[in-house]
Design a protein around this ligand. Structure first.
Ligand code: HDD
Length: 756
């Protein structure tokens, strides 16, 4: 009996695996169908249908009449439609996912026996789902919020899920002595038991279900003011981190403290980091607000577009480890998920690379039905006593029961690539069929005995306890403001301004004076200048003395400016080329092909989405270029940079159009790189018209506040750029440098962006 049951099931899975690389793809391919023209539509029970458009009726001469219940095809179709929706995730409902590969570059065998982290020859398939937290499934992508960063590794030893965020922030601190040091792994609360309170407070208010996908409301600010362990986290949430430019340009953190176990049975505490190779970049707030209406799917499309174009997003994967013997050597509790482990004390070891390289085939069965669980750990990785992690590992399994049913781990996207053999049986939606008479252990045939350590059984660590039972927190958990100060002090000047503006925006949306007045006072616990600026804006009491002196310390790796890629790049940046009839073809074609050669994505934007004709070529169809979009269909918010080639007629048309001027002024206000050649310099004078902006006059390329111009054009000005340099004389070198810099902060700091 044993020989017929176990080996055949295992063999089937092993055949699918044929080496770990691609095994998940092979498994999913096995489950997937691609309909073709040769297929015929059938009912769910497999019978071919000849008419899917008319319900079976008793008909009069004019073919009208009552419908028959007998039409099982029609009833099945409506039944299926009526039940298409499942409960959305209670948090992180809106998301986007993709498949990819994890490659280990450096073994961490010294700390873990998990083959995925010590075998550099392995490639492990992954599925990643990014999300927002607050909004419902149909909300917008670019709202101010923490972003989820959940990774499912389909390893040969079983599924391993890191269910993380792009923001680490913590409310707690650990004594002034290490405050100059920081890494980023933190959360709003310390104990899982507070999660329902936090989520109720941030979600739409119960009486009117307002607001959608925003923390800008009374209940959120009421809660975080009273629950001061959230102080540090809301500093992060009010910073640029909460409005990422792209999922591809944000960090990911496991946030909790995990345990690694090595072959010697030694235990290390661990935190997980993902750092994007494209740098960490954000939208500006006004742009994020507009995009929420103009293109609510902005991040989802951005991810899909990059992968479709072969520009696979990549992150360095790193670990921070602390040996068990040093658990108590820190003046903070290393099990407190609201605290960071300073990188200077516990360096990040970058040991691997995560790449996303395949979009989903169908959203619902893959991105919607994927289900993560922090308890999904493989041998060599284990729980610590982090009180947030322990509670999470109950919550995730539990929530999948109401969302997907008890057999959620059998859904194709959730199924491991290694054999799953046990005596769990039945329940709603059971897929797996196991042959034979045995469904218990021990049994007279010796079928499916538990594994030994040598066979790869999950190792339990014998941890010693001598304890009392209590609802308690350690003393180290109770300081809530020093890291909020540290965070503020570490921001660049524009980032600090953005933070103040974010507080001002959020509290302006609170109409209960108790809330915004208390928050105005509370901010003086962090910084007097911050409190005064915000209080003045929101109409709260302006504090005149600090309630807690700002210690003035700073930390590295807080400001996004510190995450620039190793060398500047414009790869994957969306650049709009604005033209009308009579554009200069030399500049247009030169810049367009140079952009593509540098890995950017050029888009032609014109007054209409049909052919636009260059100067001197007449309007013969085929002589021009077809615009990708027209000015009204897309807005400047959807692009990272703009280029306007010259051409007298084209520039004249653009100068007369309020919409094209708005494109330029809005991009200027959003601090984007703007390039122009030939007659475009006149358009720029009209659009920007500020004495500070220096525009090219004598044929030399000039860069001024991120506006790069060249008044006279030679074809060799637009040949492929070889290096990206601010000081280069080449137009493209200068323009590319501005695009690679993401935004021109000087424009904002000197108040120019608000004058246009
Ligand atoms: Fe959570 C979803 C991240 C604390 C309970 N969480 C969820 C997702 C992410 C996180 C990325 C979406 C997963 C997906 O794409 O399907 N959560 C975090 C992080 C936390 C955290 C980084 C702090 C370290 N979460 C947390 C606590 C609890 C939960 C303390 C409950 C006690 N989280 C859930 C949940 C969700 C969830 C209700 C909703 C949908 C799901 O699990 O599958 O169970």
């Amino acid at each position: 009996m044993a020989s017929t049951i176990v080996p055949s099931a295992i063999k089937k899975v092993q055949n699918m695996m044929s080496g770990e690389k691609g095994s998940k793809a092979a498994q999913l391919e096995h489950d997937a169908a691609t309909p073709t023209k040769d297929d015929r539509i059938t009912s769910d029970f497999g019978v071919k249908q000849g008419n899917t458009d008319d319900w079976l009726k008793i008909v009069n001469e004019d073919s009208t009449g009552p419908q028959l219940l007998e039409d099982s095809f029609a009833r099945e179709k409506i039944h299926r439609f009526d039940h298409e929706r499942i409960p959305e995730r209670v948090v992180h409902a809106r998301g986007a996912g993709a498949f990819g590969t994890f490659r280990l570059k450096q073994s961490a065998e010294d700390v873990t026996l998990a083959p995925i982290l010590n075998d550099t020859s392995r490639e492990t398939p992954v599925f990643v789902r990014f999300s927002t937290v607050q909004g419902s499934r149909g909300s917008a992508d670019t709202v101010r919020d923490v972003r989820g960063f959940a990774v499912k590794f389909y390893t040969q030893e079983g599924n391993w899920d890191i269910v993380g965020n792009n923001i680490p922030a913590s409310p707690h601190n650990h004594g002034i002595s290490y405050l100059i040091l920081i890494s980023m792994q933190v959360f709003f609360i310390q104990d899982a038991i507070k999660f329902p309170d936090f989520v109720h407070a941030v979600k739409p208010e119960p009486h009117n279900e307002v607001p959608q996908a925003q923390s800008a409301h009374n209940n959120f600010w009421d809660f975080v003011n009273l629950h001061t362990e959230a102080t540090h986290m809301y500093m992060w949430a009010m910073s640029d981190r909460a409005v990422p430019r792209s999922y591809r340009m944000m960090q990911g953190f496991g946030v909790n403290t995990f345990v690694l176990i090595n072959k010697k049975g030694e235990r290390h505490f661990c935190k997980f980091h993902f750092t994007p190779q494209l740098g960490v970049h954000s939208l500006v707030w006004d742009e994020a607000l507009k995009l929420a209406g103009q293109d609510p799917d902005f991040h989802r499309k951005d991810l899909g577009e990059a992968i479709d174009n072969g520009a696979f997003p990549k992150w360095d994967f790193g670990i921070q480890v602390i040996p068990e013997s040093q658990e108590h050597d820190f003046d903070f509790d290393i099990l407190d998920a609201t605290k960071i482990w300073p990188e200077e004390l516990v360096p990040v070891r970058n040991i691997g690379e995560l790449e996303l390289n395949k979009n989903v085939d169908e959203y619902f069965p893959q991105t919607e039905q994927v289900a993560f669980c922090t308890a999904h750990m493989i041998p060599g990785i284990a729980h610590s006593n982090d009180p947030l992690l322990q509670g999470r590992s109950f919550s995730y399994f539990d929530t999948q029961l109401s969302r997907l049913g008890i057999n959620w781990q059998e859904l194709p996207i959730n199924r491991p690539v290694c054999p799953v053999m046990n005596f769990n049986r039945d329940g709603q939606g059971r897929h797996r069929i196991t042959k034979g008479t045995i469904n218990y252990w021990p049994n007279r045939f010796g079928i499916q005995p538990p594994a030994t350590a040598e066979e790869g059984a999950y190792p339990e660590y014998p941890e010693k306890f001598q304890a009392i039972k209590a609802r308690a927190k350690s003393a180290k958990f109770k300081e809530h403001f020093n890291q909020a100060q540290l965070f503020l002090n570490s921001l660049s000047p524009p980032e600090r301004q953005h933070l103040i503006a974010a507080f001002a925006f959020e509290l302006d949306h609170c109409d209960d004076p108790t809330v915004y007045e208390r928050m105005s006072t509370r901010l003086a616990d962090i910084d007097l200048d911050l409190a005064q600026q915000v209080a003045e804006m929101v109409g709260g009491p302006v504090p005149d003395e600090e309630t807690r002196p700002n210690h003035g310390k700073k930390a590295t790796k807080i400001s996004q400016a510190e995450f620039a890629p190793a060398s500047p790049t414009i790869a994957t940046r969306r650049v709009a080329l604005l033209i009308a009839d009579g554009y200069d073809p030399v500049a247009f074609n030169g810049v367009k092909s140079a952009l593509a050669a540098s890995g950017a994505i050029p888009f032609v934007i014109g007054p209409r989405r049909s052919e636009i004709f260059p100067a001197g070529a007449g309007k013969t169809p085929g002589n021009g270029v077809k615009a990708d979009h027209h000015f009204e269909g897309m807005r400047s918010t959807m692009f990272d940079a703009l280029f306007v080639p010259g051409g007298a007629d084209s520039i004249q048309t653009l100068s007369k159009s309020g919409r094209s001027l708005h494109w330029l002024r809005e991009a200027f206000g959003h601090l984007k790189a703007i390039g122009g050649s030939g007659e475009a310099v006149q358009l720029f004078k009209l659009a920007f018209g500020l004495p500070n902006i220096n525009i090219s006059q004598d044929g030399e390329a000039v860069e001024s506040y991120g506006v790069v111009t060249i008044s006279q054009v030679q074809p060799d000005h637009f040949t492929e750029v070889v290096k990206i340099a601010k000081e280069g004389t080449n137009f493209l070198e200068k323009f590319w440098f501005q695009i690679a810099s993401h935004r021109n902060w000087d424009r904002e700091l000197e108040g120019l962006s608000s004058q246009v």
